[in-house]
Design a protein around this ligand. Structure first.
Ligand SMILES: Cc1cc2nc3c(=O)[nH]c(=O)nc-3n(C[C@H](O)[C@H](O)[C@H](O)COP(=O)(O)OP(=O)(O)OC[C@H]3O[C@@H](n4cnc5c(N)ncnc54)[C@H](O)[C@@H]3O)c2cc1C
Ligand code: SF4
Ligand code: SF4
Length: 402
């Protein structure tokens, strides 16, 4: 995989396409051009408002709500809203192909890029693959087949780079590209995944589904249906080493995928027993068109939760900044908070901590603070280029130094 300056590369897949020179692909790389800014302006006619507390965090959206499918799709990550929208887009001939990811035959959590041409193929691509994934590699096939309308399901780095490439060069100009975005953070390189999974669970071989949940625990579902819940606080200290994550993901400033036509996550939805509520941010007219495809199959709910999360951020920001500053710190493989205490802490935070949109607010601010100081202490020369203008405004709200 080709890499940009200082090796920031999320393996988005564009540089693997051979139908045009790799030097052109690299020109569109988000790690070369920076996050949001002009790209956001080109898409929406304006950049996010710096006077709007919510828009600064969640990006420009025409509508936000929580929802779940009336008939959740088994094997999807949550209720399967993304997969169903993409299946309907193919069935209704809104698009000729869907760029997504299949599971690799060798490892349940690894991905293989796919250009799905039927709703069965889209269905087969459901569920998360929590590793860096070259979604854009399938542009090669779509371009060679002369497809005129495609749907791309991707993370923010995929969609930034894709939108730039479509505008900068002529190759994809005649292609109508619809996009569904996943929120994405703390993704990992394939080479690190087995090491990380082994440190999360005593039974990595049976793990089939993993998610960082709003109850301050990781939920790992095993092949016999058992769900293991591990409090974030009881993970070994070595899993909080920033160097276990790709430098690209630690330099990422678009957690909620603000250039997607529609973003579908879960982080702003309240975690309720026996439900799979998701969080939907409709950003463009195309996003509305995609949502309309599944509207009758959706149960909608308003957002819930209090916006405020200031004290939760203030309790953690000093520690995060110190750990980003200390670039040579050694992280212990032995040190961890005992499970009983970890569960008690998660239980207390679950009761008194932020929920719903307050939790999304907390998670966005936590990660942008962490990433700002990561870049500041490790790649200071890239700070100006990579960091969007709303980030210093948010840091200033907490009295943090830029
Ligand atoms: C690494 C990672 C971190 C995430 N972190 C958050 C988070 O912090 N907060 C949040 O709200 N949501 C997060 N998500 C998204 C969330 O887990 C769900 O994917 C999303 O809510 C859609 O659920 P669904 O049931 O509609 O998905 P499904 O219907 O199962 O469809 C998921 C789609 O995403 C595609 N996909 C899977 N893995 C990747 C990948 N690595 N890159 C690109 N596309 C992929 C699949 O191929 C499939 O098309 C994350 C996803 C990933 C992969
Ligand atoms: S992130 Fe994508 S465009 Fe950038 S260097 Fe890596 S493969 Fe190329
Ligand atoms: S965290 Fe950011 S850079 Fe990493 S895969 Fe997700 S969107 Fe891409």
């Amino acid at each position: 995989m080709h890499q940009t300056e200082k090796k920031l590369c999320s393996s988005c897949g564009l540089c693997s396409v051979q139908s045009w020179p790799v030097e052109e692909s690299i020109q569109s790389c988000v790690f070369k051009n920076g996050w949001l800014g002009e790209r956001e302006k080109k898409l929406f006619g304006r950049e996010r408002s710096l006077d709007d507390q919510i828009e600064m965090r969640f990006g420009i959206a025409a509508e936000r709500f929580t929802a779940q499918l009336k008939n959740p799709l088994s094997g999807a990550q949550w209720s399967g809203i993304i997969t169903l929208m993409a299946m309907r887009a193919i069935e209704k001939k809104l698009v000729d192909g869907v760029m997504s990811l299949n599971r690799s035959a060798d490892n349940h959590f690894f991905s293989v890029p796919i250009l799905a041409g039927s709703s069965d193929e889209v269905y087969a691509a459901r569920g998360n693959k929590p590793v860096l994934s070259p979604v854009l590699q399938s542009l090669e096939q779509a371009y060679r087949l002369g497809m005129k309308k495609i749907l791309v399901i991707g993370a923010a780095c995929h969609l930034h780079t894709l939108r730039d490439f479509q505008e900068r060069f002529e190759y994809l100009r005649d292609m109508e590209i619809l996009t569904i975005g996943i929120p994405c953070v703390d993704n990992v390189a394939r080479s690190k995944w087995p090491w990380i999974l082994q440190r999360m669970t005593g039974s990595p071989g049976t793990a089939r589904h993993m998610e960082f949940m709003q109850d301050f625990r990781i939920h790992i579902r095993h092949d016999d249906g058992r769900v293991e819940k591990i409090p974030f606080f009881s993970l070994p200290e070595e899993l909080s080493d920033p160097d276990i994550f790709p430098a690209a993901c630690m330099s990422c400033f678009d957690y909620l995928n603000s250039l997607a036509d529609i973003t579908v996550g879960y982080i702003g939805a309240e975690l309720l027993p026996d439900q799979n509520r998701q969080w939907v941010l409709v950003r463009s007219e195309t996003g509305k068109k995609l949502l309309n495809l599944i509207e009758p199959e959706l149960d909608r709910f308003p957002e819930s939760g209090r916006w405020e999360c200031r004290s939760s951020i203030q309790n953690t920001s000093k520690r995060i900044i110190e750990s980003m500053r200390d670039v040579d710190r050694e992280y212990s493989s032995k040190r961890r908070i005992p499970f009983l205490i970890g569960h008690m802490l998660a239980g207390v935070l679950g009761m008194i901590g932020p929920k719903g949109i307050g939790f999304a607010h907390y998670s966005v601010d936590f990660h942008l603070i962490r990433h700002y100081y990561y870049v500041k202490f490790r790649y200071p020369e890239l700070l100006e280029k990579l960091v969007p203008r709303h980030v210093p405004v948010i840091l200033a709200e907490y009295g943090l130094e830029v």
